[in-house]
Design a protein around this ligand. Structure first.
Ligand code: URA
Length: 208
């Protein structure tokens, strides 16, 4: 599986700021979006281009534009919404399909309570966005949903990933690509990533 830990200095700096105790909602939200933009830049390096001749200011000029498969962004509720503005900043015309999952009390498996994907998923590249790749339970279920809808090119963008979750997603879906600003040390007993960011959803939405 392709796993990219994006080690650009701007990402390292911004992620460092996000790890501070007591960070404000405003600052965390802004940084989450900025890091999402930088991850998007990295994850779209391999988009195919086509040549085109257009009428330029001094006559015909050969230019390039992105070819073929259109992008759909898939934020996982709720925290994934915090990365959406940053991804849209670079790909403003992308369609957005939203998924929400919660853990079934009895089976402890993630179950979808909301799924509104864009049409023709077979023709699209999906960019899943979620700040934390922890146990990978919701990610695996989301990829299952996208594949069931016909999607064959799937990338996931995460601010922070845990080694345990990366192992699980690699075993379940080795064909997807993961882009993260940091592979952290481990999960704690409550399923939080260490050193991590704490509860990313609460920090983005100012709840708790
Ligand atoms: N979800 C979070 O918000 N934080 C973690 O560390 C793990 C899952």
């Amino acid at each position: 599986m392709k796993i990219v830990e994006v080690r650009h200095p701007l990402i390292r700096h911004k992620l460092g700021l996000m790890r501070r105790a007591g960070i404000s909602t405003k600052e965390f939200r802004e940084l989450a979006s900025e890091v999402a933009s930088l991850l998007t830049y990295e994850a779209t390096q391999d988009l195919e281009l086509v040549e085109q001749t257009i009428e330029g200011w001094a006559g015909p000029v050969d230019v390039q534009r992105i070819k073929g498969k259109k992008i759909t962004i898939v934020p996982i509720l709720r925290a994934g919404i915090g990365m959406l503005p940053g991804v849209l900043e670079l790909i403003p015309s992308a369609k957005v399909g939203v998924v929400g999952l919660q853990r079934d009390e009895h089976t402890l498996q993630p179950v979808a309570y909301y799924e509104k994907l864009t049409g023709r998923m077979d023709e699209r590249i999906a960019l899943i966005v979620d700040p934390m790749l922890a146990t990978a339970g919701t990610l695996i279920a989301t990829v299952d949903m996208l594949k069931a809808a016909g999607c064959t090119r799937i990338k996931g963008l995460f601010l922070v990933a845990a080694p345990e979750g990366l192992k699980r997603i690699e075993a379940a879906h080795p064909d997807i690509e993961i882009y993260t600003a940091s592979i952290d040390e481990r999960l704690n007993e409550q399923g939080y990533i260490l050193p991590g960011l704490g509860d990313a959803g609460d920090k983005i939405f100012g709840t708790k």
